[in-house]
Ligand binder design. Structure first.
Ligand code: SAM
Length: 246
């Protein structure tokens, strides 16, 4: 597939500098270019993204994912941490995070096998050392190998906050953070999640509101800290958190 990605990647470079005060190197940009080509190629065979215009992809997928980097660097400036991206889909925000912060151990989790196979191909092509995990978040949250092993869990566009908290916080170490990408009204989501926060021994530490471009939708990140161990009965069996949220 022939495509000219020079202009969108130059926009990405400038936006990342202006909005996030981060500098993308030539190597970073090359990886984003390879990722874009693979995404668009494989998107013709499977459903990976509804956004197929590279100019839109760089803002709505890459820049939107890189907002997480600012907060990861804020909490863990030396980067020696383990992160899980739950419901990563085509790799957002996990792949852009790994491109910028290669020293972090990243586990990409998704319930759909074909997306996980795609992500394995992306990581092999881009030379990224990432663990891919074909599983439901609820199942790994109940398994010894993953429960309470992560410094940070992240999720974008996966579920409502009460459901996400039950997926994400059992995987965290005590003191770890869950970062959720949300929309225009994070306060309402937090109100709906009051019960889940209490039951799961967590508290909201920070809410960041931002806009990626002039006229673009307002977005937010909700950062939740795990204060004490998760009670042993959570997460409930796969499907339950979504069917009957806490
Ligand atoms: N995070 C990506 C993004 O922002 O573009 C993908 C979002 S997509 C709308 C939601 C993804 O979450 C899908 O790939 C789906 O398979 C996955 N998913 C939904 N529930 C899940 C669960 N309980 N455990 C693991 N993956 C899940």
């Amino acid at each position: 597939m022939e495509m000219d990605l020079k202009e969108p990647l130059s926009v990405l470079h400038d936006k990342v500098r202006d909005v996030l005060s981060l500098e993308l190197s030539a190597e970073h940009l090359e990886k984003f270019e390879q990722y874009t080509v693979l995404l668009l190629q494989r998107n013709e065979q499977m459903n990976l993204t509804a956004i197929t215009d590279p100019a839109e992809m760089v803002i709505k997928h890459y820049l939107d994912s890189l907002v997480f980097v600012k907060w990861i660097m804020h909490y863990y400036p030396n980067g020696q941490i383990v992160i899980a991206d739950l419901g990563t889909g085509a790799g957002f925000p996990g792949i852009p995070i790994k491109i910028l912060l290669p020293q972090i151990k990243v586990v990409l989790v998704d319930a759909l096998a074909k997306r996980i196979h795609f992500l394995q191909e992306v990581c092999d092509s881009l030379g990224l050392k990432v663990e891919t995990c074909h599983a439901r978040a609820e199942d790994i949250g109940r398994s010894k190998a993953y429960r309470q092993r992560f410094d940070i869990t992240v999720a974008r566009a996966v579920a409502e906050l009460p459901v996400l908290l039950e997926y994400a916080t059992p995987l965290l170490k005590v003191g770890g953070r869950f970062i959720a990408a949300k929309g225009i009204d994070p306060e309402n989501e937090i109100t709906l999640a009051k019960n889940a926060l209490r039951i799961l021994n967590c508290e909201v530490e920070h809410v960041e509101k931002y806009s990626l471009a002039e006229g673009a939708d307002n977005r937010s990140l909700i950062i939740v800290k795990k204060i004490l161990n998760t009670p042993a009965q959570y997460p409930r069996q796969a499907g339950k958190p979504k069917k009957t949220p806490l």
